[in-house]
Design a protein around this ligand. Structure first.
Ligand SMILES: O=C(O)CCC(=O)C(=O)O
Length: 414
Protein backbone atom coordinates (compact mmCIF):
# COMPACT_ATOMS: atom_id res chain seq x y z
CA UNK A 1 0.00 0.00 0.00
CA UNK A 2 1.42 3.40 -0.93
CA UNK A 3 1.96 6.03 1.79
CA UNK A 4 -0.83 8.09 0.28
CA UNK A 5 -3.28 5.19 0.36
CA UNK A 6 -2.30 4.44 3.90
CA UNK A 7 -2.91 8.03 4.89
CA UNK A 8 -6.35 8.16 3.28
CA UNK A 9 -7.27 5.03 5.16
CA UNK A 10 -5.69 5.66 8.52
CA UNK A 11 -6.82 9.25 9.08
CA UNK A 12 -10.55 8.55 8.83
CA UNK A 13 -10.25 5.36 10.87
CA UNK A 14 -8.38 7.34 13.53
CA UNK A 15 -11.09 9.98 13.34
CA UNK A 16 -13.87 7.41 13.70
CA UNK A 17 -12.22 5.93 16.76
CA UNK A 18 -11.38 9.20 18.48
CA UNK A 19 -14.63 11.00 17.67
CA UNK A 20 -16.61 8.45 19.64
CA UNK A 21 -14.87 9.52 22.81
CA UNK A 22 -15.46 13.24 22.11
CA UNK A 23 -19.17 12.63 21.62
CA UNK A 24 -21.03 12.43 24.92
CA UNK A 25 -23.47 9.85 23.58
CA UNK A 26 -26.50 12.09 24.00
CA UNK A 27 -28.94 12.40 21.19
CA UNK A 28 -32.41 13.77 20.82
CA UNK A 29 -35.54 12.75 19.00
CA UNK A 30 -38.12 15.40 18.22
CA UNK A 31 -41.79 14.54 18.68
CA UNK A 32 -43.74 16.98 16.54
CA UNK A 33 -47.07 15.97 18.09
CA UNK A 34 -46.05 16.97 21.60
CA UNK A 35 -43.50 19.52 20.34
CA UNK A 36 -40.96 17.96 22.65
CA UNK A 37 -37.38 16.93 22.24
CA UNK A 38 -36.71 13.66 24.05
CA UNK A 39 -33.07 13.39 24.98
CA UNK A 40 -31.45 10.00 25.26
CA UNK A 41 -28.32 9.29 27.27
CA UNK A 42 -25.81 6.47 26.82
CA UNK A 43 -27.65 3.23 27.50
CA UNK A 44 -30.71 4.52 25.65
CA UNK A 45 -32.56 5.87 28.66
CA UNK A 46 -34.37 9.15 28.38
CA UNK A 47 -32.05 11.42 30.34
CA UNK A 48 -34.12 14.56 30.47
CA UNK A 49 -37.83 13.81 30.43
CA UNK A 50 -38.75 16.60 28.04
CA UNK A 51 -37.09 19.69 26.75
CA UNK A 52 -39.80 21.61 24.99
CA UNK A 53 -38.55 24.09 22.38
CA UNK A 54 -41.61 26.23 23.24
CA UNK A 55 -40.41 28.81 20.81
CA UNK A 56 -41.96 27.74 17.57
CA UNK A 57 -43.14 30.74 15.56
CA UNK A 58 -45.90 30.61 12.98
CA UNK A 59 -44.63 29.62 9.56
CA UNK A 60 -44.35 32.45 7.09
CA UNK A 61 -44.37 31.57 3.42
CA UNK A 62 -42.10 33.32 1.04
CA UNK A 63 -42.48 33.45 -2.72
CA UNK A 64 -40.65 35.57 -5.25
CA UNK A 65 -41.25 35.97 -8.94
CA UNK A 66 -38.70 34.13 -11.08
CA UNK A 67 -36.91 37.23 -12.35
CA UNK A 68 -36.08 38.29 -8.79
CA UNK A 69 -34.43 34.98 -7.93
CA UNK A 70 -30.66 34.98 -7.33
CA UNK A 71 -29.99 31.84 -9.42
CA UNK A 72 -30.61 30.72 -13.01
CA UNK A 73 -33.84 28.76 -13.53
CA UNK A 74 -33.37 25.74 -15.79
CA UNK A 75 -36.50 24.47 -17.53
CA UNK A 76 -36.53 20.69 -18.02
CA UNK A 77 -39.45 20.98 -20.46
CA UNK A 78 -37.49 23.40 -22.63
CA UNK A 79 -34.54 20.98 -22.49
CA UNK A 80 -36.54 18.51 -24.59
CA UNK A 81 -36.78 20.91 -27.56
CA UNK A 82 -33.62 22.93 -27.05
CA UNK A 83 -31.05 20.69 -25.36
CA UNK A 84 -28.08 22.76 -26.62
CA UNK A 85 -29.45 25.97 -25.15
CA UNK A 86 -30.37 24.43 -21.80
CA UNK A 87 -27.13 22.50 -21.47
CA UNK A 88 -25.19 25.76 -22.01
CA UNK A 89 -27.27 27.37 -19.25
CA UNK A 90 -26.47 24.50 -16.88
CA UNK A 91 -22.74 24.65 -17.60
CA UNK A 92 -22.72 28.41 -17.06
CA UNK A 93 -24.53 28.08 -13.73
CA UNK A 94 -22.20 25.32 -12.55
CA UNK A 95 -19.06 27.21 -13.64
CA UNK A 96 -20.07 30.43 -11.94
CA UNK A 97 -22.28 29.89 -8.88
CA UNK A 98 -22.46 26.09 -8.60
CA UNK A 99 -26.17 26.47 -7.78
CA UNK A 100 -29.32 26.71 -9.93
CA UNK A 101 -33.06 26.02 -9.81
CA UNK A 102 -34.69 23.47 -12.07
CA UNK A 103 -38.39 23.48 -12.86
CA UNK A 104 -40.90 21.44 -14.85
CA UNK A 105 -39.59 18.19 -13.49
CA UNK A 106 -41.46 15.13 -14.79
CA UNK A 107 -43.61 13.44 -12.10
CA UNK A 108 -42.30 15.66 -9.29
CA UNK A 109 -44.98 16.81 -6.88
CA UNK A 110 -43.75 19.04 -4.10
CA UNK A 111 -46.93 18.93 -2.01
CA UNK A 112 -46.95 15.17 -1.96
CA UNK A 113 -43.27 15.04 -0.93
CA UNK A 114 -43.93 17.59 1.80
CA UNK A 115 -46.81 15.50 3.19
CA UNK A 116 -44.63 12.38 3.24
CA UNK A 117 -41.84 14.25 5.00
CA UNK A 118 -44.14 15.59 7.67
CA UNK A 119 -45.81 12.21 8.05
CA UNK A 120 -42.50 10.60 8.88
CA UNK A 121 -41.31 13.21 11.37
CA UNK A 122 -44.73 13.31 13.06
CA UNK A 123 -44.43 9.62 13.92
CA UNK A 124 -44.17 8.87 17.61
CA UNK A 125 -40.65 8.62 19.01
CA UNK A 126 -40.98 4.85 19.45
CA UNK A 127 -41.77 4.26 15.79
CA UNK A 128 -38.83 6.39 14.68
CA UNK A 129 -36.61 4.41 17.00
CA UNK A 130 -37.56 1.19 15.15
CA UNK A 131 -35.66 2.54 12.14
CA UNK A 132 -32.89 4.39 13.98
CA UNK A 133 -29.37 3.48 12.98
CA UNK A 134 -27.64 0.85 15.04
CA UNK A 135 -25.24 3.31 16.64
CA UNK A 136 -28.16 5.00 18.42
CA UNK A 137 -30.37 2.00 18.94
CA UNK A 138 -28.39 -1.16 19.55
CA UNK A 139 -31.56 -3.25 19.13
CA UNK A 140 -31.46 -2.47 15.43
CA UNK A 141 -28.90 -4.87 14.13
CA UNK A 142 -29.54 -4.27 10.50
CA UNK A 143 -29.00 -0.52 10.21
CA UNK A 144 -25.65 0.94 9.37
CA UNK A 145 -26.03 3.42 6.54
CA UNK A 146 -29.79 3.89 6.02
CA UNK A 147 -32.69 4.79 8.28
CA UNK A 148 -33.25 7.47 10.89
CA UNK A 149 -30.59 9.63 12.52
CA UNK A 150 -31.48 11.85 15.49
CA UNK A 151 -30.51 15.34 16.55
CA UNK A 152 -27.22 15.55 18.42
CA UNK A 153 -27.79 18.50 20.74
CA UNK A 154 -24.22 19.73 20.98
CA UNK A 155 -23.47 19.66 17.25
CA UNK A 156 -23.40 22.69 15.00
CA UNK A 157 -25.96 21.13 12.69
CA UNK A 158 -29.28 20.59 14.43
CA UNK A 159 -31.30 18.18 12.34
CA UNK A 160 -32.87 14.76 12.28
CA UNK A 161 -33.14 12.76 9.10
CA UNK A 162 -34.38 9.63 7.39
CA UNK A 163 -32.47 8.16 4.48
CA UNK A 164 -33.21 5.64 1.80
CA UNK A 165 -31.18 4.30 -1.08
CA UNK A 166 -32.13 2.18 -4.05
CA UNK A 167 -31.87 -1.22 -2.36
CA UNK A 168 -34.17 -3.30 -0.23
CA UNK A 169 -32.05 -6.38 0.38
CA UNK A 170 -30.95 -5.87 3.94
CA UNK A 171 -27.44 -7.00 4.77
CA UNK A 172 -27.55 -8.17 8.40
CA UNK A 173 -24.92 -6.55 10.54
CA UNK A 174 -23.29 -9.86 11.34
CA UNK A 175 -23.03 -10.64 7.61
CA UNK A 176 -21.31 -7.38 6.73
CA UNK A 177 -17.83 -8.23 5.61
CA UNK A 178 -16.80 -5.48 3.26
CA UNK A 179 -17.25 -1.80 2.73
CA UNK A 180 -19.32 -2.71 -0.32
CA UNK A 181 -21.84 -4.63 1.85
CA UNK A 182 -22.15 -1.64 4.13
CA UNK A 183 -22.86 0.90 1.44
CA UNK A 184 -25.29 -1.36 -0.42
CA UNK A 185 -27.34 -1.82 2.72
CA UNK A 186 -31.08 -2.14 2.14
CA UNK A 187 -33.74 0.28 3.24
CA UNK A 188 -35.70 0.11 6.46
CA UNK A 189 -39.28 1.26 6.79
CA UNK A 190 -41.32 2.44 9.76
CA UNK A 191 -44.32 0.41 10.89
CA UNK A 192 -46.79 2.89 12.29
CA UNK A 193 -50.12 2.08 13.91
CA UNK A 194 -51.69 2.81 10.51
CA UNK A 195 -50.49 0.05 8.17
CA UNK A 196 -52.06 1.64 5.08
CA UNK A 197 -50.25 4.90 5.73
CA UNK A 198 -46.99 3.02 6.35
CA UNK A 199 -47.31 1.15 3.04
CA UNK A 200 -48.18 4.37 1.26
CA UNK A 201 -45.07 6.01 2.75
CA UNK A 202 -42.84 3.23 1.50
CA UNK A 203 -44.31 3.09 -2.00
CA UNK A 204 -44.28 6.88 -2.35
CA UNK A 205 -40.68 7.19 -1.14
CA UNK A 206 -39.58 4.52 -3.62
CA UNK A 207 -41.47 6.34 -6.36
CA UNK A 208 -39.78 9.63 -5.47
CA UNK A 209 -36.40 7.92 -5.50
CA UNK A 210 -37.15 6.91 -9.11
CA UNK A 211 -38.29 10.44 -10.02
CA UNK A 212 -35.01 11.91 -8.73
CA UNK A 213 -32.94 9.17 -10.32
CA UNK A 214 -34.46 9.75 -13.77
CA UNK A 215 -34.20 13.52 -13.38
CA UNK A 216 -30.54 13.27 -12.42
CA UNK A 217 -29.77 11.18 -15.52
CA UNK A 218 -31.53 13.79 -17.70
CA UNK A 219 -29.41 16.52 -16.11
CA UNK A 220 -26.23 14.47 -16.53
CA UNK A 221 -27.00 13.98 -20.25
CA UNK A 222 -27.24 17.75 -20.59
CA UNK A 223 -23.94 18.10 -18.73
CA UNK A 224 -22.32 15.59 -21.11
CA UNK A 225 -23.61 17.63 -24.03
CA UNK A 226 -22.48 20.94 -22.54
CA UNK A 227 -18.99 19.65 -21.70
CA UNK A 228 -18.58 17.98 -25.08
CA UNK A 229 -18.22 14.53 -23.54
CA UNK A 230 -19.02 11.27 -25.27
CA UNK A 231 -22.64 10.07 -24.73
CA UNK A 232 -22.89 7.99 -21.52
CA UNK A 233 -19.45 9.04 -20.34
CA UNK A 234 -20.97 10.45 -17.17
CA UNK A 235 -24.34 8.69 -17.00
CA UNK A 236 -22.73 5.23 -17.10
CA UNK A 237 -21.30 5.90 -13.63
CA UNK A 238 -24.81 6.39 -12.23
CA UNK A 239 -27.19 4.29 -14.31
CA UNK A 240 -27.03 0.97 -12.50
CA UNK A 241 -26.55 0.33 -8.77
CA UNK A 242 -26.00 3.98 -7.85
CA UNK A 243 -25.35 4.64 -4.17
CA UNK A 244 -27.59 7.72 -4.29
CA UNK A 245 -29.37 8.79 -1.12
CA UNK A 246 -32.77 10.40 -0.69
CA UNK A 247 -32.86 12.13 2.68
CA UNK A 248 -35.81 13.67 4.52
CA UNK A 249 -34.65 16.37 6.94
CA UNK A 250 -36.38 18.08 9.82
CA UNK A 251 -34.70 20.97 11.59
CA UNK A 252 -36.57 21.53 14.87
CA UNK A 253 -36.31 25.08 16.24
CA UNK A 254 -33.08 25.25 18.17
CA UNK A 255 -33.51 25.81 21.91
CA UNK A 256 -30.91 27.95 23.68
CA UNK A 257 -29.54 25.03 25.69
CA UNK A 258 -28.80 23.26 22.37
CA UNK A 259 -27.01 26.19 20.77
CA UNK A 260 -23.24 25.85 21.09
CA UNK A 261 -21.14 28.86 20.16
CA UNK A 262 -20.11 27.12 16.94
CA UNK A 263 -23.77 27.26 15.88
CA UNK A 264 -23.91 31.05 15.89
CA UNK A 265 -22.59 33.68 13.54
CA UNK A 266 -23.14 37.12 15.05
CA UNK A 267 -26.88 37.28 15.70
CA UNK A 268 -27.64 34.37 13.42
CA UNK A 269 -28.32 30.88 14.80
CA UNK A 270 -27.38 28.04 12.46
CA UNK A 271 -29.38 24.90 11.78
CA UNK A 272 -26.83 23.48 9.37
CA UNK A 273 -23.21 24.52 9.48
CA UNK A 274 -21.53 26.01 6.43
CA UNK A 275 -20.22 23.34 4.10
CA UNK A 276 -19.71 22.38 0.48
CA UNK A 277 -21.32 19.10 -0.49
CA UNK A 278 -18.85 16.32 -0.95
CA UNK A 279 -20.29 14.42 -3.87
CA UNK A 280 -21.64 15.10 -7.33
CA UNK A 281 -25.02 16.78 -7.70
CA UNK A 282 -27.54 17.52 -4.95
CA UNK A 283 -31.19 18.02 -5.90
CA UNK A 284 -32.80 19.85 -3.01
CA UNK A 285 -36.39 20.61 -2.15
CA UNK A 286 -36.73 23.40 0.42
CA UNK A 287 -40.54 23.43 -0.04
CA UNK A 288 -41.80 26.91 0.91
CA UNK A 289 -38.97 27.66 3.35
CA UNK A 290 -36.27 30.24 3.22
CA UNK A 291 -33.24 29.69 5.47
CA UNK A 292 -30.79 28.38 2.86
CA UNK A 293 -27.90 30.76 2.19
CA UNK A 294 -24.93 30.49 -0.16
CA UNK A 295 -21.61 32.23 0.30
CA UNK A 296 -20.91 35.05 -2.14
CA UNK A 297 -17.52 36.09 -3.45
CA UNK A 298 -17.04 38.61 -0.61
CA UNK A 299 -17.88 35.93 1.97
CA UNK A 300 -21.33 37.54 2.22
CA UNK A 301 -24.39 35.32 2.64
CA UNK A 302 -27.02 35.30 -0.10
CA UNK A 303 -30.53 34.06 0.68
CA UNK A 304 -31.84 31.39 -1.65
CA UNK A 305 -35.62 31.59 -1.54
CA UNK A 306 -37.77 28.66 -2.63
CA UNK A 307 -39.48 28.38 -6.01
CA UNK A 308 -42.74 26.41 -6.01
CA UNK A 309 -42.44 22.93 -7.51
CA UNK A 310 -38.80 23.52 -8.46
CA UNK A 311 -35.63 22.04 -6.99
CA UNK A 312 -32.40 23.75 -6.05
CA UNK A 313 -29.45 21.97 -7.62
CA UNK A 314 -25.86 22.32 -6.54
CA UNK A 315 -22.65 20.45 -7.04
CA UNK A 316 -20.16 18.87 -4.68
CA UNK A 317 -16.39 18.57 -4.38
CA UNK A 318 -16.16 15.35 -6.31
CA UNK A 319 -17.63 16.61 -9.56
CA UNK A 320 -15.54 19.77 -9.11
CA UNK A 321 -12.45 17.56 -9.11
CA UNK A 322 -13.67 15.43 -12.00
CA UNK A 323 -14.25 18.57 -14.08
CA UNK A 324 -10.73 19.78 -13.23
CA UNK A 325 -12.14 22.68 -11.22
CA UNK A 326 -14.53 23.95 -13.90
CA UNK A 327 -17.58 23.36 -11.69
CA UNK A 328 -17.69 25.35 -8.44
CA UNK A 329 -18.76 23.68 -5.19
CA UNK A 330 -20.25 26.62 -3.32
CA UNK A 331 -20.34 26.85 0.46
CA UNK A 332 -23.84 27.03 1.91
CA UNK A 333 -25.60 26.84 5.26
CA UNK A 334 -29.06 26.90 6.82
CA UNK A 335 -30.10 29.49 9.38
CA UNK A 336 -32.63 28.92 12.15
CA UNK A 337 -35.98 30.49 11.33
CA UNK A 338 -37.43 29.69 14.74
CA UNK A 339 -39.86 27.26 13.12
CA UNK A 340 -39.73 23.60 12.22
CA UNK A 341 -38.12 23.57 8.79
CA UNK A 342 -38.20 20.61 6.42
CA UNK A 343 -36.11 19.92 3.35
CA UNK A 344 -35.32 16.95 1.14
CA UNK A 345 -31.97 16.56 -0.60
CA UNK A 346 -31.28 13.80 -3.11
CA UNK A 347 -27.55 13.15 -3.16
CA UNK A 348 -26.69 11.74 -6.56
CA UNK A 349 -23.97 9.14 -6.15
CA UNK A 350 -22.36 6.75 -8.65
CA UNK A 351 -21.97 3.00 -8.26
CA UNK A 352 -19.32 1.63 -5.90
CA UNK A 353 -16.70 0.98 -8.59
CA UNK A 354 -16.87 4.35 -10.35
CA UNK A 355 -13.35 5.62 -10.94
CA UNK A 356 -12.47 8.68 -8.90
CA UNK A 357 -8.86 8.89 -9.98
CA UNK A 358 -9.24 10.30 -13.50
CA UNK A 359 -11.05 13.46 -14.50
CA UNK A 360 -13.83 13.44 -17.10
CA UNK A 361 -11.23 14.75 -19.53
CA UNK A 362 -8.83 11.89 -18.84
CA UNK A 363 -6.26 13.52 -16.55
CA UNK A 364 -5.30 11.87 -13.24
CA UNK A 365 -6.98 13.67 -10.33
CA UNK A 366 -4.33 15.27 -8.15
CA UNK A 367 -3.99 13.87 -4.64
CA UNK A 368 -6.14 10.82 -5.34
CA UNK A 369 -4.97 7.22 -5.01
CA UNK A 370 -4.51 5.42 -8.31
CA UNK A 371 -7.72 3.64 -9.36
CA UNK A 372 -9.60 4.86 -6.31
CA UNK A 373 -13.18 3.65 -6.40
CA UNK A 374 -16.10 5.80 -5.35
CA UNK A 375 -17.17 3.45 -2.55
CA UNK A 376 -13.79 3.65 -0.86
CA UNK A 377 -13.66 7.39 -1.35
CA UNK A 378 -17.11 7.73 0.20
CA UNK A 379 -16.42 5.78 3.34
CA UNK A 380 -13.27 7.78 3.92
CA UNK A 381 -14.99 11.11 3.46
CA UNK A 382 -18.35 10.90 5.18
CA UNK A 383 -17.10 10.56 8.77
CA UNK A 384 -16.83 14.35 9.02
CA UNK A 385 -20.62 14.78 8.91
CA UNK A 386 -22.52 14.78 12.20
CA UNK A 387 -24.97 12.11 11.09
CA UNK A 388 -22.13 9.74 10.15
CA UNK A 389 -19.40 10.65 12.59
CA UNK A 390 -20.48 8.07 15.11
CA UNK A 391 -21.46 5.39 12.67
CA UNK A 392 -20.13 2.04 13.57
CA UNK A 393 -19.66 0.83 10.02
CA UNK A 394 -19.82 -2.72 11.31
CA UNK A 395 -16.45 -3.51 9.79
CA UNK A 396 -13.41 -4.19 11.95
CA UNK A 397 -10.48 -1.94 11.16
CA UNK A 398 -8.38 -4.78 9.70
CA UNK A 399 -11.18 -5.75 7.36
CA UNK A 400 -11.65 -2.18 6.23
CA UNK A 401 -7.93 -2.13 5.54
CA UNK A 402 -7.99 -5.46 3.75
CA UNK A 403 -10.99 -4.49 1.64
CA UNK A 404 -9.20 -1.32 0.68
CA UNK A 405 -6.09 -3.27 -0.23
CA UNK A 406 -8.00 -5.92 -2.12
CA UNK A 407 -9.91 -3.41 -4.17
CA UNK A 408 -6.86 -1.31 -4.88
CA UNK A 409 -4.85 -4.40 -5.73
CA UNK A 410 -7.40 -5.67 -8.23
CA UNK A 411 -7.52 -2.32 -9.92
CA UNK A 412 -3.75 -1.86 -9.97
CA UNK A 413 -3.57 -4.96 -12.13
CA UNK A 414 -5.93 -3.67 -14.79
O1 LIG B 1 -31.86 22.08 4.20
C1 LIG B 1 -31.32 22.73 3.33
O2 LIG B 1 -31.89 23.69 2.77
C2 LIG B 1 -29.90 22.43 2.90
C3 LIG B 1 -29.44 21.05 3.23
C4 LIG B 1 -28.01 20.83 2.93
O3 LIG B 1 -27.25 21.72 2.65
C5 LIG B 1 -27.46 19.47 3.01
O4 LIG B 1 -28.17 18.56 3.47
O5 LIG B 1 -26.30 19.28 2.57
Amino acid sequence: MSPHMLRTLVIPVFFLLTSTSVWSGRYAVFDSKTKSVYEFCPGNTICTPEVAPNMEKTESFQTLSEDLLPLAVIDMEEAQDKPQKVSAQIIEAMETVGFMYIKNIPDYNEDSLFNLTKWFFNLPVDVKRQVTRHVWNKANNNIIYRGFFPVIPEWTSYKEGFEIGGFNNITKRNKVRTVRDTLYEGNVWPNSSDPVASTNFRISMETFFGVYHRLSLDVLRLVELGLGLKKSHLTSMFESNPLSTLRLIHYPPRPLQHTPKSATDGNVVLQCDKHADSGFFTFLSTFHYSGLQIQGSNNNWINIPPLKNALIVNIGLNIAKLTEGRFKPTIHRVIDLGISRYSVPFFLEPHFDADMSNSLFGTPVEGTAKNLKYGMWLINNTAQYAENAHTDWGIPEEELASDYQTNSHVYDEL
